[in-house]
Design a protein around this ligand. Structure first.
Ligand SMILES: O=C(O)CCC(=O)C(=O)O
Ligand SMILES: [Fe+2]
Length: 237
C-alpha cells in the first residue's frame, strides 16, 4: 500500500502536531490553544497559488469556486468532524465535530479590522490558521488574546504573528476577548467557526455574501472610515 504521507493528497493538518513543545494550551481566562508550524513547508507555494483573490478587505464565506485544490483540501480537513473533535477535546468541548461549520477567508485587511471582541454567542469555538510567508517586525496585525474588552495591551499570552502555519483555536466565551492593532494590506487567514445551529450558519453566510457585494461597491469608503479606528476600540460579535 502506498505511504499516504508521500503522495500529493498527504494530509495538511495533523492533530498530532498540535502537541509541540512550544504550543500553549490553557483554560484561563478562557480556553485557547496556540500552535506553531501546523502546515507542511512543502505545501506553501500551492496554498499561496490557490488562495482566493478577493477584490476587497475582510473575511468572506468560503466558496469552492474561489479556491484552488490545495485550499479546498485544507478547508475539508479543518472542517473534518474527527479533527474538530480532537481539537475541541483539548479545549474541554465534547464532540465539537457535531456542530455546523462556517468557514471564512481573508486575503487583506484595512485598519478598521481587528477591534476587540469576543465573537458572537452563536459560535462555540473559532479556529484561525494563518498563511503569510513572512511578517514585518511589528505588532500590527498580530492576534492578541486579551483580559479586557477595552485594552488592546492587556495581553493574556504573547501575541501571535499571522505567519504560515500559526494556528489558534479558542472556545467562545463572554470574556474571550481578542483583537489586533490596526494593519492595512495583505494578511491571509482561514477562519473556521463551529456554530450552535444551521440557522445561524445560513444567517451568517447570507450576511457575509451581502458584505462581499457591499464592499465591492463601497470598499474605498470602508477603508477611509477604517483608518480613523482607535487601537482600543471594540465591536459586538
Ligand atoms: O484575523 C484574525 O486574526 C482574527 C479575526 C477575528 O477575530 C474574527 O474575524 O472574528
Ligand atoms: Fe473574532
Amino acid at each position: 500500500m502506498p505511504n499516504q504521507n508521500t503522495d500529493s493528497t498527504a494530509t495538511l493538518i495533523d492533530p498530532k502536531r498540535l502537541d509541540r513543545a512550544d504550543s500553549i494550551l490553557t483554560h484561563e481566562p478562557f480556553a485557547f490553544l496556540i500552535a506553531h508550524e501546523q502546515l507542511p513547508r512543502a505545501a506553501a507555494s500551492e496554498l499561496d497559488r490557490d488562495f482566493p483573490r478577493y477584490p476587497s478587505a475582510g473575511f468572506f464565506p468560503y466558496e469552492t469556486k474561489d479556491c484552488g485544490p490545495s485550499v479546498q483540501q485544507l478547508v475539508a480537513e479543518l472542517t473534518n468532524p474527527a479533527i474538530a473533535s480532537s481539537i475541541g477535546a483539548k479545549l474541554g468541548i465534547e464532540n465539537l465535530g457535531q456542530f455546523p461549520t462556517l468557514v471564512t477567508l481573508c486575503r487583506a485587511l484595512n485598519k478598521r479590522h481587528g477591534t476587540i471582541h469576543t465573537d458572537s454567542k452563536s459560535k462555540i469555538a473559532t479556529a484561525l490558521l494563518y498563511l503569510n510567508e513572512s511578517w514585518p517586525e511589528t505588532s500590527a496585525g498580530c492576534l492578541r488574546f486579551l483580559a479586557k474588552k477595552d485594552d488592546i495591551d492587556a495581553l493574556v499570552t504573547p501575541e501571535v504573528k499571522p505567519v504560515y502555519g500559526n494556528f489558534v483555536v479558542f472556545k467562545r466565551a463572554d470574556n474571550s476577548y481578542h483583537g489586533h492593532l490596526p494593519f492595512e494590506g495583505e494578511r491571509r487567514v482561514i477562519q473556521v467557526a463551529w456554530l450552535t445551529s444551521e440557522d445561524e450558519k445560513l444567517r451568517k453566510t447570507q450576511r457575509g455574501k451581502f458584505s462581499r457585494l457591499f464592499k465591492k461597491l463601497f470598499g474605498g469608503l470602508d477603508k477611509r472610515w477604517g483608518a480613523k479606528r482607535k487601537n482600543n476600540a471594540g465591536h459586538l460579535d
